[in-house]
Design a protein around this ligand. Structure first.
Ligand SMILES: [Zn+2]
Ligand SMILES: [Zn+2]
Length: 289
């Protein structure tokens, strides 16, 4: 096996544990005993990712003792090496380091003693590490959450209020890193968070991955979600003839839908044109008499 294929294995393994962790956290909504497995899987996935990052620097670094490469490195040591200026030079924040070490402690407690797990504590720890894990994937491995989680797991995770917060935070950090202007970030019609990116034709929500191609209103030329455009053909003069709509008068409009405010204006305009037509007709009748 060459170094490259081992590296891929570590990351793929890490992602597999992460998916498992997310599924356990979703299951814990119904059965709180799932929390311990959610934590175990999550810390495991973090450990594998940290090892993959070390291996990326040099394959020997995943061994505890590089002079005697027998046992792979412990997670605590892996964090130390990654943070070391001369090795990984990764700037973990104090909060991240604390989050990782308390998650590791919690894992050790779960596996090594008849430890009683407080649910609130488990959930808080889980979310802290979840956030960190997604961030590491995004910043250091260029993997986005939608590359890792299957769509249905992602959706279920969003349904948990607290984990939704973590996913939104991740999305906002992502837009910031990519320098996306705030007027190119809209409210997502799917998850209702302000994380729908219309910049550069992306038209995707960074929190829930909902995609919707935007359409231009033919009247004001602003962009809208497709469901925001309304039909305007009901204002035209039409006839139904053998199942086909015959257009008699479209009052100068050569399109059939528009945004809400344009649609209102078009309705008024057509009404005015009709009134005027009617008035002109009456006037002609009067003078012809
Ligand atoms: Zn969304
Ligand atoms: Zn419009």
């Amino acid at each position: 096996m060459n170094a490259r294929s081992i590296k891929l294995d570590l990351i793929e393994n890490s992602h597999a544990f992460f998916v498992e962790a997310a599924q356990k956290a979703i299951g814990a909504e119904d059965d709180i005993r799932h929390w311990q497995f959610a934590i175990l899987n999550l810390v495991q996935s973090l450990e594998l990712t940290l090892k993959a990052m070390l291996r990326d620097i040099h394959p020997i670094l995943i061994y505890e003792n590089i002079d005697n490469p027998k046992h792979t490195i412990s997670i605590t040591k892996a964090i130390e090496r990654l943070a070391d200026k001369n090795i990984g030079n990764i700037l973990f924040s104090k909060q991240e380091l604390e989050g990782m070490s308390s998650a590791i402690k919690l894992r050790n407690n779960i596996t090594h003693s008849d430890f009683e797990l407080s649910i609130d504590h488990a959930q808080a720890q889980f979310l802290k590490v979840l956030e960190l894990y997604i961030k590491i994937q995004r910043v250091h491995l260029s993997r986005q959450i939608e590359d890792i989680l299957p769509k249905e797991v992602h959706e279920e995770l969003l349904a948990i209020e607290k984990s939704k917060e973590a996913l939104i935070k991740n999305a906002l950090q992502r837009t910031e890193e990519q320098g996306i202007p705030s007027n190119d970030i809209w409210t997502c019609p799917n998850c209702l968070s302000d994380t729908f990116v219309v910049y550069d034709g992306l038209d995707t929500c960074y929190a829930c991955t909902f995609k919707d191609e935007l359409q231009e209103c033919p009247s004001c030329h602003e962009l809208f979600f497709e469901h925001e455009l309304e039909p305007i053909s009901q204002y035209f003069d039409t006839d139904l003839c053998e199942g086909e709509v015959i257009l008699h008068n479209t009052y100068g409009y050569d399109f059939y839908q528009a945004c809400n405010s344009c649609s209102e204006k078009i309705k008024e305009d057509i009404q005015e044109q009709r009134d005027k037509e009617h008035y002109d007709f009456l006037e002609r009748e009067y003078y012809m008499r």
